[in-house]
Design a protein around this ligand. Structure first.
Ligand SMILES: Nc1nc2c(ncn2[C@@H]2O[C@H](COP(=O)(O)OP(=O)(O)OP(=O)(O)O)[C@@H](O)[C@H]2O)c(=O)[nH]1
Ligand SMILES: [Zn+2]
Ligand SMILES: [Zn+2]
Ligand SMILES: [Zn+2]
Length: 278
C-alpha cells in the first residue's frame, strides 16, 4: 500500500486528519488512525447493506480492463434475474455513471479528485443517495488501479477482480495484494484473445494459484457476450447466499492481511471456500 504518497486521504475522510501531530509526531500513526476510521465507517456501511438485504460487490482492476462494459453487459443480459444499482468511482468525469444510467439503472458517480481509490466515507455519502427498494445487488466500480483499492474496506461483501487479456498474464504475480483479495477473477475481453496469443489462461491461473487463492476464474467478453451467462449464474448464487446469510447473522469485516490487503468477507460464506460453516 502506498503509505508514503498520502493517497489514503480523500475528500471523504480528510476531516479526520488531526491538525496537531499525533502522540509520536509521525505520519504513520495518523495513517493508522485513518485506516481504523475507515474500518469503522465500513462496518457502518455493511450494517446498512445487511439491513437492506443487498449484496455489495467491489469491482477492481487496472484502468480500462472493462469494468463499466461488464456492468453494461450485466444489466442488458441480467435484468430479468436480479435488480442492481451502481456506485462509480473515478478521479474525474461522470462518464461511467452516464453509461449505466443510459440502461435505466441507478448510478451515483463519486469523483475522488486526486485520490486513486474509494474509501468507506465516500461510499457512505453515496449510499444514502440511492433508493434501495427492490435492489438485490450494489456494484461499486472502484477507481482503476491495481494497488491501494485492495486495502480499503468499503463495507462491501465480495471483491471481483478483472484482468483483461490485453494486460498480460503476469499481473497476479506483480500485484499480489489485489489478486489475493479476489473472491473471483474475471479474465475479460476474450474476443481479443485471437490477436493476443502471448496471453496464456494457464499462466494467469497459475499466477493466481501461486498466491494461495483458489477462487473461481471466469472468462468473458462484454463485447460479444461470451461467458456472461456463467458470470450471471455466479452472481445469482451469491445474491441468494447473502440473503440466506444475513437472516442468521451480520456479515463480517474482511480479514486484513500482513501486506495490508483485505481478504473479502465471502471467505466465510461461500461453498467455494469451505473454511467455516455459517
Ligand atoms: N474488445 C473488447 N473491448 C472491450 C471489452 N470490454 C471493454 N472494452 C473496451 O475497453 C475500453 C475500456 O472499457 P471500460 O469498460 O470503460 O473499462 P473500465 O475498466 O471501466 O475503465 P476505467 O473506469 O477507466 O477504469 C473501452 O473502449 C471498451 O469498449 C470487451 O469485452 N472486448
Ligand atoms: Zn469504468
Ligand atoms: Zn490510493
Ligand atoms: Zn449511514
Amino acid at each position: 500500500m502506498c503509505t508514503t504518497c498520502g493517497c489514503q486521504i480523500t475528500s471523504g475522510n480528510e476531516s479526520q486528519i488531526p491538525v496537531e501531530k499525533s502522540a509520536d509526531g509521525g505520519a504513520t500513526s495518523v495513517l493508522t488512525r485513518l485506516m481504523a476510521g475507515n474500518d469503522l465507517q465500513a462496518d457502518h456501511n455493511r450494517m446498512h447493506f445487511d439491513q437492506l438485504g443487498v449484496l455489495v460487490i467491489n469491482l477492481m482492476s487496472s484502468p480500462g480492463s472493462g469494468k463499466t462494459a461488464l456492468l453494461e453487459a450485466t444489466i442488458v443480459q441480467g435484468r430479468e434475474r436480479f435488480r442492481m444499482a451502481v456506485i462509480e468511482g473515478d478521479l474525474e468525469t461522470e462518464n461511467d455513471a452516464l453509461r449505466i444510467r443510459a440502461h435505466g439503472v441507478q448510478a451515483h458517480q463519486i469523483t475522488t479528485g486526486s485520490a486513486c481509490h474509494l474509501d468507506a466515507h465516500l461510499v457512505h455519502e453515496a449510499l444514502h443517495k440511492i433508493d434501495f427498494s427492490g435492489i438485490d445487488v450494489l456494484f461499486i466500480e472502484n477507481v482503476g488501479n491495481l494497488v491501494c483499492p485492495a486495502s480499503f474496506d468499503l463495507g462491501h461483501h465480495l471483491n471481483v477482480i478483472l484482468l483483461s487479456v490485453a494486460e498480460g498474464d503476469d499481473k497476479p504475480a506483480k500485484y499480489p495484494v489485489m489478486f489475493r483479495a479476489a473472491d473471483v477473477m474475471l479474465i475479460t475481453k476474450t474476443d481479443l484473445s485471437p490477436y493476443l496469443d502471448e496471453f496464456s489462461n494457464e499462466r494467469a491461473a497459475q499466477n493466481l494459484r501461486n498466491l494461495a487463492n483458489q477462487v473461481p476464474i471466469f472468462h468473458l467478453s462484454a463485447r460479444n457476450g461470451e461467458g456472461i451467462d456463467v458470470w450471471l449464474d455466479w452472481m445469482e448464487e451469491q445474491i441468494q447466499l447473502q440473503k440466506q446469510h444475513v437472516k442468521n447473522r451480520p456479515s463480517f469485516r474482511p480479514v486484513r492481511q500482513p501486506d495490508a490487503g483485505l481478504h473479502a468477507t465471502r471467505i466465510l460464506l461461500s461453498p467455494v471456500h469451505p473454511v467455516s460453516k455459517s
